[in-house]
Design a protein around this ligand. Structure first.
Ligand code: ZN
Length: 269
């Protein structure tokens, strides 16, 4: 089995893993799926990226569903809660799989597939994870109640295509800006009182968007490791900050979704 001291420097790591030139050490060499799994148990530069989404994944699979007041949720919106859960689980699972197996000896071909899997998870959350919030905003407006969620899904599909074909981190992150802008417009309408939904959900949605944009900013700018290359190889680097902010965003989305679902259940009676 691989020992931590056999970890590689940036210069000697597989070329397809050299996407952050400010992380100088702690790279796992290419290895089998079994050895990738074993890397769950020793420290390397992807260790926190795996566990920071792996532990919340366990929480959302085993704990969160039991905390939802299912008896107060109307049958007509139960599918929105289930969609939200599946979307949340998919983004966390996609991230864990990507970071855990990114050094698989299948090389760049496997790496690209894993990256696309990760992007699909992000897209699923961005599309179906927020559908309750977009739907709640227009649920009382005849044509708009299906037109706006439909239009949002379409904009989101365009973002997915852009993300899947992106060649750089910057393009990949910015491809999700259009759906984000769409959601901001909906949120502003809610704040202004021109759209429906639970008033308590709005602050959660705003926090979710702030965490999401902040995470993207750190990921693109490679702050803080670009200022001190090699000092943040294992801890506090930009991608770990992104993961932390993403979890905070996911939690706020979850709380906001439950508020909107309860609101929809009350108003659809
Ligand atoms: Zn990640």
């Amino acid at each position: 089995m691989l020992q931590p001291e056999r970890l590689l420097s940036w210069a000697s790591s597989p070329p397809h893993l050299q996407f952050n030139r400010f992380i100088l050490s702690g790279y796992r060499p290419t290895m089998s799926a079994k050895d990738c799994m074993y890397s769950l148990f020793y420290v390397h530069n992807e260790f926190l990226n795996i566990h920071s989404h792996g532990l919340p994944l366990l929480y959302f699979v085993f704990c969160a569903p039991a905390q939802v007041p299912w008896q107060s949720i109307s049958d007509s919106v139960t599918w929105l809660v289930i969609l939200h859960y599946l979307a949340t689980i998919s983004v966390l699972l996609g991230s864990v799989i990507y970071h855990l197996f990114m050094n698989h000896h299948g090389g760049p071909v496997v790496y690209k597939k894993l990256l696309q899997f990760d992007m699909c998870g992000i897209w699923t959350l961005n599309t179906f994870g927020v559908l309750s919030n977009v739907s709640a905003a227009f649920s009382n407006m005849s044509v708009l109640c299906w037109l706006v969620p439909g239009l949002y899904t379409l904009v989101s599909f365009c973002a997915l295509h852009e993300a899947m074909t992106a060649e750089t981190v910057r393009t990949r992150v910015t491809s999700f800006l259009k759906p984000s802008l769409f959601r901001w417009v909906v949120t502003c309408l809610r704040i202004a009182g021109s759209a429906g939904g639970s008033p308590q959900a709005v602050r959660h949605i705003v926090w979710m968007e702030i965490f999401s944009i902040s995470g993207g900013f750190f990921n693109v700018t490679r702050i803080p490791e670009r200022w001190f290359p090699g000092r943040f190889d294992y801890l506090f680097n930009s991608h770990q900050i992104l993961h932390t902010l993403a979890i905070l965003g996911i939690l706020h989305l979850h709380w906001g979704t439950i508020e909107d679902i309860m609101w929809l259940s009350r108003t659809s009676l």
